[in-house]
Design a protein. Sequence first.
Length: 137
Amino acid sequence: MTPATNRPQLKAVLYVDDEPDIREIVQLSLGLVAGLNVEVCDSGERALQRLPDITPDLVLLDVMMPGTDGPTTLQRMRADPRFANIPVVFVTAKAMPAEVARFRELGAVAVIAKPFDPMQLGQQIQVIWEGLDHGRA
């Protein structure tokens, strides 16, 4: 069977993390291995500045960053109608069940635990994407 025709294809991802090595790994993993268009930002503030120009399908946000952290970045995205419906996945070393529940309450669609397997990251993201209800307004 073919996928549902109303499900958009995941093409563009924004990854936000203050660690340059992790940004590079994610860019290679999602770009080369998974074939996605990947933009990276080194802070939540920079991501908020860039969002109008890049309009990603999905945002991956590190939780703990100096300045504007992941939860604050998500809160500010949700407050802006242009970005309110972009799905956000937190990427964090803080992935205990209570923390995951809190991140979902904040509006994250999923949480990926660090360290992650770069060779599996694209598949993880695709599974998350396919599980979203893209028909909701």
